[in-house]
Each structure stands twice: as C-alpha cells, then as structure tokens.
Write a protein that binds this ligand. Structure first.
Ligand SMILES: NC(=O)c1ccc[n+]([C@@H]2O[C@H](COP(=O)([O-])OP(=O)(O)OC[C@H]3O[C@@H](n4cnc5c(N)ncnc54)[C@H](OP(=O)(O)O)[C@@H]3O)[C@@H](O)[C@H]2O)c1
Length: 242
C-alpha cells in the first residue's frame, strides 16, 4: 500500500530535475502521474524510467490553451505540482525587461493558469504544490525579476490556501534553495559558472547544494500532510535562516 494509491498527479516540469524527482516519489507511493514539459524527448525518457503509471504530455505552460488541454486530459486531479520553469540572471541594467516578463509568463502565469483550470477537477482532500525559490525570502544579487517572481508565487500560494480551504483543497509552496542534478540553465557564461556557483554556495550554512530528492521529500510532505496549508517551505540548507 502506498500513501498515494489511486491518486492522479499532474506535474509540470516533471521531465527533469525537481519535478522528475517528485514524480518518482509519487509513483513509488502509488500515484499515476502526468508529466508536462516542452520537450517530447525529455518526457519520453522520463516516462520510460517511471514505468506504466506515468505518461507525458507536451505542454508549454506559458500558453494557457496548452495548460487547459493538459488539465482537460484527466477527469480528476488529486495532486497538482507546478515545477515548470527556468531562471534568468543578470544585472538589472543589462537584463531586458522582456526576459523577466517571459519568466513570469511561464513560472507565474503558468502556475496560476494550472490552478485556474485544475481546481474544478480537484475533490476535497486534494493538494496543490506550487514552486517558487528562496529568492522570495533572501536577497539574491542579479536576480531582481526572479526574486519578484518568487515572492509573487509565495503570496499567491498563501492567498489560494485561504480561498480553497472551504473546498477542502490544500495549497502550499515549495521554495527550493540551490539544487544540483537538475537541467536548469542558469544563463551564466560557462567561464563564469564556477565563480557564480561559489558565490551562491557561500550563502549556505550547510555548504552544499540540495539534491532533487531532498526537494521531493519536501513536496511529498506538502502533498500528504493533511493539516499543512498556506505554507511556504524553504528547503535551503539554512540560507534563509541567516
Ligand atoms: N535548481 C535550483 O537550484 C532551483 C532553485 C530555486 C528554484 N528552482 C525552480 O524549481 C523549478 C524546477 O527547476 P529544476 O531545478 O528542477 O530545473 P529543470 O531540471 O530545468 O526543470 C524545469 C523543467 O521545467 C520544464 N519547463 C521549463 N519551461 C517550461 C515551460 N514554459 N513549459 C513547460 N515546461 C517547462 C523543463 O522542460 P522543457 O525545457 O522540456 O520544457 C524542465 O523539465 C523551476 O521553476 C526552477 O526555477 C530551482
């Protein structure tokens, strides 16, 4: 018997990194998972690893019609996890505003539109796990637009938790710190990557990055703890404690 036997989960960004680790964990606990991402190849590889209880659906979460098609593909949704998205880094005077807008299209509006379409299909007892990042709580240099995005997702999660409590739907936000083993593109030139990573690592009391499996542990807790709602859970090796 798994904790998620018979449950259906939609996991955006489930083809790699944190989303994939969450999918692995959910499948191990008995859930059927639908993975969404833009690359068919990435989804196919993920589904092959996860086995018969997983399927993939090509979806660009920045396009609401595609999000609606994804949600429409299941009659009932017990778990919605929205991990799709990337990052943009750079000094405020150099990063074009358009780049931050595009980040919001996927990582903010992608999560909001997934909730918009999924909520009517979520029975009492179901759970939404949004994904932000510790920049919502800790100042991260060269990430001004991303910090705003993370703060916006955190605020959206709290607000939705209160709004959806009467429907019996819990809403929480997973806020990852620096996580390795993912496909995230930091948009940093290769020759500057070591220096960039060392800069990030210097903020972390535990002096190491997290694994995607450590993020999946947190997502599983948020998905299954029946009294957890309205939380923003920073899993960050102590970064936001200082
Ligand atoms: N890694 C970290 O240190 C860290 C820290 C804080 C927050 N986060 C956030 O955590 C989430 C997961 O990131 P990760 O580290 O696991 O990176 P990842 O391995 O790159 O995972 C992100 C996934 O999202 C998908 N994706 C990106 N844009 C999409 C779009 N518009 N529509 C649909 N799918 C899209 C990607 O697949 P396709 O390219 O095939 O679409 C990819 O599978 C992201 O929102 C990230 O910003 C990560």
């Amino acid at each position: 018997m798994g904790a998620l036997d018979g449950k259906t989960a939609i996991i955006t960004g489930g083809g790699s990194g944190i989303g994939f680790a969450i999918a692995e964990r959910f499948v191990k606990e008995g859930a059927n998972v639908v993975l969404a991402g833009r690359s068919q190849k990435r989804l196919d590889e993920a589904v092959e690893k996860l086995g018969r209880r997983a399927r993939g659906m090509v979806t660009d979460v920045a396009d609401e019609a595609q999000v609606q098609r994804l949600i429409d593909s299941e009659p009932r949704i017990d778990l919605l996890v929205t991990c799709a998205g990337g990052a943009v880094f750079g000094p405020v005077e150099q990063v074009p505003t358009k780049s931050w807008r595009e980040l919001f299209d996927g990582r903010f509006f992608g999560q909001l539109s997934a909730c918009h379409h999924a909520v009517p299909k979520m029975p009492p007892g179901s759970s939404i796990v949004l994904c932000s990042g510790i920049a919502g709580h800790a100042a991260l240099v060269n990430y001004s637009g991303g910090a705003g995005l993370c703060g916006a997702v955190n605020a959206m999660g709290r607000s939705l938790a209160v709004e959806l409590a009467p429907k019996g739907i819990r809403v929480n936000v997973l806020s990852p710190g620096l996580t390795h083993g993912t496909a995230i593109d930091w948009k940093v030139p290769p020759e500057k990557l070591d220096e960039f990573m060392a800069g990030l690592m210097s903020n972390i009391p535990m002096k190491r990055s997290a694994s995607a499996h450590e993020m999946a542990d947190a997502a599983f807790f948020l998905a299954t703890c029946t009294y957890a709602t309205g939380m923003v859970l920073d899993i960050d090796g102590g970064w936001t404690a200082i």
